[in-house]
Design a protein around this ligand. Structure first.
Ligand SMILES: *Cc1c(COP(=O)(O)O)cnc(C)c1O
Length: 432
């Protein structure tokens, strides 16, 4: 690792070996630190708001395994419930009562969800919801937004070249043009662009899918009226509105963005928090639509490990902890302190910056902003972000290793953790 003051001998050794064993040395790309430079640290264990790496360094964590750890890593109640569940076996491949419990919790919490299907990841949930959108409407085209991530399925891997919003060009080799030909894209927060797509493709658009608050292009909030506008447009054109709440679900409010903003989509995808750190995804929505899923209806979707008792247990316990009074007030309080503090320090130290937070999700771009969509986000000084990221790491703060990822806080983060983080940011930003 270059220019580092922390001891990283073991991290280097393990990651070095990993590069011969797995592509890029990782099981998921962003973990490799490509966009911030330097080598990743290799984790040994996590607890509460903290990570320990294999060299014994401790960090305050703002990634939270990309969202699931909203109650803090290895929460004792989650671990204890998992121990009990483990004694009964790891997977049934058959109905289990725990599925009912988590299903009821999700249905009670998320306004759009009347029925739910559990899967194993957010990617799976989004793939399945796309098939369902098409089956229900008997239309093929969908609209997604530039910079929004809906997992790695072929149909979603589209970043429209500027101005070519209607030509779905695949982002990755191996994605056939035919897979993305029906994926139309528009800039986030641009209702006029969506309206134009509906007019250019009459009776052809199955629906609109979006991250209601974007986290996968950095943190970008919806403009006032944007979500409401999409709700109206989709209704007007007989299309479905789908909120991908894999990140925002149970994070920006217990009922997700739809509860926060009071806009109810037809279908919702979930993941991350509802698995409490185990592999879970889910999709749900109006009963009439969900009843089309096999075996109730003809739309096929299945999973060997789906609804497995360990994942259900971690999800149930996590939601129980989150539904206690005061949790979201606490998350809001500490995250506001962090996000406001970071922005103020950046400005005070002479850096162009903008950012914000909603509940336990935050972000800061190195550009004066405002950032309303992916084009704006790309104006950010990513080289500076790379140096900021490395500096924070050396000060014991673990941020997502990309400018284009949101940050996450948890119930385990204390005011002192936030103060320590801001002190580190002050030291690092003053030196950039
Ligand atoms: C993480 C994420 C996904 C993909 O979920 P995986 O569990 O990583 O497959 C999909 N949509 C959004 C909004 C996400 O943040």
């Amino acid at each position: 690792m270059v220019n580092t003051s922390i001891k990283t001998t073991k991290s280097q050794e393990i990651f070095g070996a990993a590069q011969n064993l797995m592509p890029g040395g990782v099981s998921s790309p962003v973990r490799a630190f490509k966009s911030v430079g330097g080598q990743p640290i290799v984790f040994d264990r996590v607890n509460g708001a903290y990570i320990w790496d294999v060299d014994g360094n401790k960090y305050i964590d703002y990634v939270g395994t990309w969202g699931p750890a909203i109650c803090g890593h290895a929460h004792p109640e989650v671990i204890s419930a998992l121990h009990t569940a483990l004694e009964k076996g790891t997977s049934f491949g058959a109905p289990c009562a725990l599925e009912n419990v988590l299903a009821e919790m999700v249905i009670d919490a998320v306004p759009s969800v009347e029925m739910v299907r559990f899967v194993n990841s957010g990617t799976e949930a989004c793939m399945a919801v796309l098939r369902l959108m098409r089956a229900f409407t008997n239309r093929e085209k969908i609209i997604k937004f530039e910079g929004c991530y809906h997992g790695h399925a072929d149909m979603f891997l589209v970043k429209a070249g500027s101005g070519v919003a209607t030509l779905g060009l695949p982002d990755s080799p191996g994605v056939p043009k035919s897979a993305t030909a029906s994926t139309l894209t528009a800039p986030f927060n641009d209702l006029e662009a969506v309206k134009a797509l509906f007019e250019q493709n009459p009776q052809e658009i199955a629906g609109v899918i979006l991250e209601p608050v974007v986290g996968n292009a950095g943190f970008i909030t919806p403009d006032a009226g944007f979500l409401e506008g999409l709700r109206e447009l989709t209704q007007e054109h007989g299309a479905l509105l789908v909120f991908d709440e894999v990140m925002t679900g149970f994070r920006i409010a217990y009922g997700g963005a739809q509860a926060k903003f009071g806009v109810t989509p037809d279908l919702t995808t979930m993941g991350k928090v509802i698995g409490g750190g185990l592999p879970v995804g889910a999709y749900g929505g109006r009963r009439e639509i969900m009843s089309m899923i096999a075996p109730a209806g003809p739309v096929y979707q299945a999973g060997t490990l789906s609804g497995n008792p360990l994942a259900m247990t971690a999800g149930i316990k996590t939601l129980e902890l989150l539904s206690k009074p005061g949790t979201y007030e606490y998350l809001e309080k500490i995250t506001q302190k962090l996000a406001d503090g970071l922005l103020k320090i950046a400005k005070d130290t002479g850096h162009a910056a903008c950012g914000g937070h909603i509940s336990a999700m935050f972000g800061m771009f190195f550009t004066a902003g405002p950032v309303n969509n992916y084009e704006d986000a790309k104006k950010s000084d990513t080289a500076k972000f790379g140096r900021f990221h490395r500096g924070m790491l050396e000060h014991g703060i673990y941020l997502a290793p990309s400018q284009f990822e949101a940050g996450f806080t948890s119930l385990a983060h204390t005011e002192e953790d936030i103060e320590q983080t801001l002190a580190a940011a002050k030291a690092v930003l003053s030196s950039l």
